[in-house]
Design a protein around this ligand. Structure first.
Ligand code: FAD
Length: 400
């Protein structure tokens, strides 16, 4: 076996699941995980961190050491896939590292839009000092200031509701089409009611420009606000566009059914940076819900490849979506295997509890797997058996 290591690029949900499953499949392989951040962060709880809540993070080096996986804290500067080499920016300076096999789990970024003045908006990113921003928001709230959250999808709704609940004196506006467009009508209505109850102003509008004092809307209105938070959508890591990889139009790495990078025998991609298609041909949603199984599968497939075993196609089915609406409310929305919403959902405290449990599960699972060497996480595979409980009835009870 070659002395060259197997590299895992990225140390979040997909990278850690890949590491755990690869170690299980290949107990003797030299595995090195590279991440620019020294911690596993709970990205799906960043809205809570922004609201000043303590959100734990775990140091990657000791976590990985439990499974004899080396950790290098470094930013990947470039990846030469045909040359089997990555270029890194480490604390000691730039260096190159050759590899035998690689899993790319470099994830996504919240990229600011192209409109004029977008630099006057905050976005949620790994490099961002969330604690400092949280402190600024606390001060703004004390002065009764105004925060505009731009984007009414999952992250925008979670940020707006969390901050409005945490700081009742903070004026919060949520700008975009009616919230949670891809939820069923009843759960969408629940989200709008919950946001309004928390005092969030819902503005069905499109932002076209920003300056230091506010936002310009497409209908000509100017919205004065001290802070602007961009939650308009995630994009695959822009670094990938400079690596000569086969990419889709939205910048994700094209992969085959076993998650191998198209055209490369020793490279895999998983999580937000991979263009994984569902059985019906649509691309997977950028989500932790996809990052965990695709990371796990990429690790297992690479392990099979190391042992000259045939690799398996990914078999994955969505079951649900969850969104928090502050700490005491939320929505649990059932979906079909292809992530299309079904008219079954749950709102209120039970949904908030389910969301909390899911966050805890995805936070603890990679560590548990790395420590024990066991497969503790399983994902649904199509066709999927959906729960037979009457979520509608439960919801009426919750709201009643
Ligand atoms: C506020 C918020 C709430 C969310 N809520 C949910 C939710 O409820 N459910 C859900 O399913 N999803 C949710 N998401 C989306 C979810 O967080 C992402 O889809 C998920 O984190 C993707 O995981 P990943 O491992 O593919 O990549 P990422 O989490 O993006 O991780 C990428 C990793 O690569 C590292 N990295 C990046 N660039 C470099 C580089 N150049 N060099 C070295 N390392 C690098 C990063 O440090 C990180 O370790 C939410 C996102 C946000 C922002």
């Amino acid at each position: 076996m070659s002395d060259l290591p197997i590299l895992i690029l990225g140390g979040s949900y997909a990278g850690l699941m890949a590491a755990s499953r690869l170690r299980k499949q290949a107990p003797q392989a030299r595995i090195v995980l590279i991440s620019d951040q020294p911690y596993l962060q709970q990205r799906i709880r960043w809205h809570e961190a922004l609201a000043g809540r303590q959100v734990k993070r775990a140091a990657l080096a000791p976590l990985l050491a439990k499974a004899r996986i080396e950790f290098i804290q470094a930013a990947v500067l470039s990846w030469d896939a045909p040359g089997n080499e990555v270029r890194l920016d480490t604390a000691e300076g730039p260096r190159s590292l050759s590899y035998r096999g690689v899993i790319c789990a470099l994830g996504s970024v919240s990229q600011l839009p192209q409109w004029p003045g977008a630099e006057h908006c905050w976005s949620l990113s790994f490099a961002q000092p969330l604690a400092q921003r949280a402190a600024e928001l606390g001060e703004l709230a004390a002065q009764g200031g105004h925060l505009a959250v731009i984007g009414s999808g999952l992250a925008g709704v979670e940020c707006a509701s969390e901050l409005a609940e945490r700081y009742p004196k903070l004026q919060v506006s949520l700008i975009g089409p009616p919230p949670l467009a891809d939820f069923c009508p009843a759960s969408r209505a629940h989200a709008s009611r919950a946001l309004q109850r928390l005092g969030v102003q819902l503005l069905n509008a499109r932002v076209v420009a920003a300056d230091e004092q506010g936002l310009w809307l497409a209908d000509g209105r100017y919205l004065a606000c001290e802070r602007r938070l961009w939650c308009g959508g995630l994009r695959a890591n822009p670094l990938l566009a400079e690596c000569g990889l086969p990419l889709t139009a939205d910048g994700r790495v094209q992969v085959t059914a076993d998650l191998r990078v198209a055209g490369f025998s020793n490279a895999w991609a998983a999580g937000d940076c991979a263009a994984v298609t569902l059985g019906d041909g649509r691309a997977q949603r950028l989500s932790c819900a996809s990052a965990m199984p695709t990371g796990g599968h990429a690790g297992e497939a690479l392990g099979d490849w190391l042992h000259d075993r045939p690799t398996q196609p990914l078999a994955f089915a969505y079951v649900m979506r969850c969104v928090s609406l502050g700490r005491r409310d939320g929505i649990w929305q059932l979906t079909d295997a292809y992530d299309v919403e079904r008219p079954r959902w749950l709102g209120g405290r039970s949904a908030a509890l389910i969301k909390w449990l899911l966050c805890a599960m995805v936070w603890h699972t990679p560590g548990w797997e790395l420590r024990t060497g066991r497969r503790l996480y399983a994902w649904a595979r199509p066709p999927v058996a959906l729960p037979s409980i009457s979520a509608t009835a439960a919801t009426e009870q919750e709201l009643g």
